[in-house]
Ligand binder design. Structure first.
Ligand code: GRF
Length: 197
């Protein structure tokens, strides 16, 4: 089967994008990153794309803070279609996707979140887990729907919360788990999703 065509969206440092691109390069993930798109000018994730010679673009998000302006979201759909993307991978993308994207890529958009969903959706989920006195944290890959950090769960990876953990040490442990989980889940989906259409 031909490699799964990915479009990766992110707003920040791009460590999950790097993990995915490294897995592709290592041959452990049969996928091809067709494009990396960021709503943040000069985001490190775009630099990572260039490092791996992946086409990349800044998408001006428009006037809103938490979502894309409708014209920008329509443009995003077009960019992903032009690149013949089969699976949209959110890797730290800080905008809520709306109907144009959700309808164009129904059950073809996944996100990774730093908690064991459905626990602790939202920002800085590892801090929420610490504050709640949890002993286990982790990360979740889920299909994206219209709600934030919601949608069918594809896979989760647990990590322990240790007695002396700080927010930073716990977040670092969760990110290590993310970097293993996300490429593995994409590999699994490449076998499972219907790519005939
Ligand atoms: C990850 O922790 C992910 O769970 C969350 O955003 C963060 C992105 O990190 N959705 P990075 O940009 O991949 O380093």
């Amino acid at each position: 089967m031909k490699p799964l065509a990915l479009g990766i969206l992110g707003s920040g440092k791009g460590s999950n994008c790097r993990a995915i691109l490294e897995s592709i390069r290592a041959g452990t993930l049969s996928a091809e990153a067709r494009v990396v798109i960021s709503d943040v000018l000069n985001a490190p994730i775009l630099e990572i794309a260039r490092e791996f010679s992946v086409p990349n673009a800044y998408l001006p998000p428009g006037q809103f803070r938490t979502r894309l302006e409708p014209s920008a979201e329509a443009q995003l759909v077009q960019m992903l279609r032009d690149a013949k993307v089969e699976l949209v991978v959110l890797a730290g993308f800080m905008r809520v996707l709306k109907a144009p994207m959700l309808e164009a890529f129904r059950r073809r958009i996944i996100n990774i979140h730093p908690s064991l969903l459905p626990k602790f959706p939202g920002l800085e989920a590892w801090k929420q887990a610490l504050a709640a006195g949890e002993t286990i944290a982790g990360c979740t890959v889920h299909f994206v729907d219209e709600k934030i950090d919601h949608g069918d769960i594809v896979a989760r990876h647990e990590v322990p919360i240790l007695p002396n953990d700080s927010a930073e040490s716990l977040h670092a442990r969760i990110q290590i788990a993310e970097h293993a989980l996300y490429p593995a889940v994409i590999a699994r989906l490449s076998l499972e999703i219907d790519r005939a259409a």
